[in-house]
Design a binder for this molecule. Structure first.
Ligand SMILES: [Zn+2]
Length: 209
């Protein structure tokens, strides 16, 4: 995560997300599609010729695909709980999710990619269900948010920001896997020693006779 901090409003040049476009339903649909892309990229890489690529960090300080996917899964769960908290409380103050602490505490790098992908999709659908039903008045409700600076943020912003998180990390995950995933090539044919080759040649000659 040593890369430049992505913006939390306007246009993100790294992944193309725009906070200023898209209504609620469109934003939620986009989020679910991007989550599905994350899950699919992870599953595909884990089923590929070298399943280990999901656990490789492209640089010591940049997360691996499984670490990003675990982060996306946890973001989706935490943000859904924050929607519920915001609706339930008068002056909601969100607890920080401790994004970097979780990597070690939850042993992200050892988690099973198939289980992570499934949970990520489940949490995306649950987040979407919680977000889609919000009324305009609810979308304007404020809560005190910690990232990247402590500031009051509306529920509408929280939903757009979650969609950005998922799109941004989908971009990270596919970029990392494209760098690391070995090219899919046919297995080399087993080498035939000269002796065996000679025997085969003799047999072929006998048959031909
Ligand atoms: Zn972005």
């Amino acid at each position: 995560m040593s890369k430049q901090q992505p913006p939390v409003d306007g246009y993100c040049e790294q992944c193309g997300f725009n906070y200023d476009t898209g209504d609620l339903q469109g934003t939620v649909t986009l989020l679910i599609r991007q989550a599905a892309d994350c899950a699919m990229a992870l599953t595909k890489a884990a089923a590929g010729p070298d399943a280990n690529v999901v656990r490789l960090r492209p640089e010591p300080e940049v997360w691996s695909a499984i670490e990003y996917a675990c982060h996306v899964r946890d973001v989706l769960e935490v943000q859904r709980l924050r929607i519920a908290q915001c609706l339930a409380e008068d002056r909601p103050v969100y607890a920080p999710m401790d994004r970097t602490g979780r990597v070690k505490q939850e042993k992200y790098e050892h988690q099973d990619p198939i289980e992570v992908a499934a949970a990520l999709m489940r949490f995306a659908r649950e987040f979407g269900a919680a977000a889609r039903v919000l009324q305009p008045q609810q979308l304007g409700k404020l809560g005190l948010y910690n990232y990247p600076v402590r500031a009051p943020r509306s529920l509408g912003w929280l939903i757009r920001h979650t969609a950005h998180e998922i799109q941004h990390h989908r971009h990270d995950i596919t970029e990392i896997l494209a760098k690391l995933e070995p090219p899919i090539v046919p297995k080399p044919k087993p080498e035939v020693s000269d002796e065996v080759a000679d025997e085969v040649a003799d047999e072929v000659a006998e048959v031909a006779d």
